[in-house]
Design a protein around this ligand. Structure first.
Ligand code: ADP
Length: 319
């Protein structure tokens, strides 16, 4: 927690394209100050505002806000909350939040190997820099972090969490993200994706260039393998979701890998609310980074994956 002798800003919001992430301080029964986290759909910002109104007793003179919504909803927030808001840059907040979590919490960062979380033992030091931060929100931001306050946004992609979530809805009609994740973990992508083996014949690898029989040659490719006149095969929802999750994760991991190579970085932190501590997502991102880098670059994940920006806004001071 920030030094309590300093002014404490009790509420901070990160208002993104999909979700509002909130960090706030409350006093528990033993009168200790406790940091809490909450999220709302950005489209339901009125729920977020009512929540804050109910907790009015812990209001401070200003609410720290970051993300695009800090601009889009500035006057709505100020009107409804009768409080000033202070806006902070979203990339700056991401880095502030990440460095804060890494420095102050044990067991914050981990790699995902053989479906196990391997936590980093020592807290990061100066030698952790430079590293790559890949924040997977609605879209993807890729930042090269050189030091505490020193970073460049080196790349990005519009194929992110919003893409996965949007296409999942269109393909399955499911309206709960949690249900989509649950179903995706039961799916078999081989029913939907065209594999190297589907092209070369089952069991045959394309050895000359090191592609094994079960490598995905074309995501969703089985959909178009039917004979002329034959109907497109019916695909199970779970299988399509697994294939879609792989498609999005593989694409992000490949862009991340290429940027890591471009700047000679050995460590990539993946964050953003898209990850949701979901094993298939973390396995797939780790596998792809390991595959492309031949084990030279490490994919790392974070316990507070979705709250970097809001945490950064919470501790950020007005300059
Ligand atoms: P942003 O700041 O752009 O809103 P986030 O880091 O909050 O980005 O991530 C948003 C993404 O998180 C969504 O596009 C979706 O893929 C994923 N997500 C995870 N949980 C949920 C949820 N309960 N509702 C909606 N999206 C969710």
């Amino acid at each position: 927690l920030p030094n309590h002798n300093d002014p404490v800003n009790y509420f901070a919001l990160d208002i993104g394209g999909s979700l509002i992430k909130m960090v706030y301080l409350v006093k528990n029964e033993s009168n200790e100050t406790v940091l809490r986290f909450a999220r709302f759909k950005t489209a339901d910002i009125h729920e977020c505002i009512s929540f804050m109104q109910r907790k009015r007793s812990i209001f401070y003179e200003t609410v720290h806000v970051t993300g695009g919504g800090a601009y889009k909803f500035a006057s709505l927030l100020e009107d409804k909350l009768s409080t000033k808001i202070t806006k902070f840059d979203e990339m700056q907040c991401l880095i502030k939040g990440l460095n804060f979590f890494l420095k102050n919490l044990i067991d914050e960062s981990f790699s995902f190997q053989n479906d196990q979380k391997i936590f980093e033992k020592s807290s990061p030091s100066e030698s952790t820099y430079p590293y790559l931060l890949v924040n997977i929100g609605s879209g993807v931001s890729i930042l090269k972090v050189n030091g505490d306050d020193d970073f460049d946004r080196v790349s990005g992609s519009s194929m992110g969490g919003g893409t996965f979530w949007g296409l999942s809805k269109l393909l399955t009609g499911i309206s709960s993200f949690e249900e989509v994740l649950e179903l995706s973990s039961q799916g078999d992508n081989k029913q939907v994706d065209m594999l190297v083996g589907d092209i070369y014949g089952q069991g045959r690898d394309y050895k000359k260039i090191g592609l094994s029989t079960d490598v995905i040659a074309s995501s969703f490719g089985k959909t178009i393998m039917s004979k002329t006149g034959e109907e497109t095969p019916k695909m199970e929802k779970a299988d399509m979701l697994k294939s879609l999750l792989y498609l999005v994760c593989n694409n992000i991991a490949q862009i991340a890998y290429l940027n890591a190579v471009r700047y000679n970085l050995k460590r990539i932190y993946f964050a953003g609310y898209f990850i949701r501590d979901h094993p298939t997502t973390m396995r797939s991102l780790s596998y792809a980074v390991n595959f492309w880098s031949a084990g030279q670059i490490k994919a790392m994940f974070l316990k507070h994956e979705g709250y970097l920006g809001s945490m950064g806004a919470f501790i950020e001071q007005k300059t």
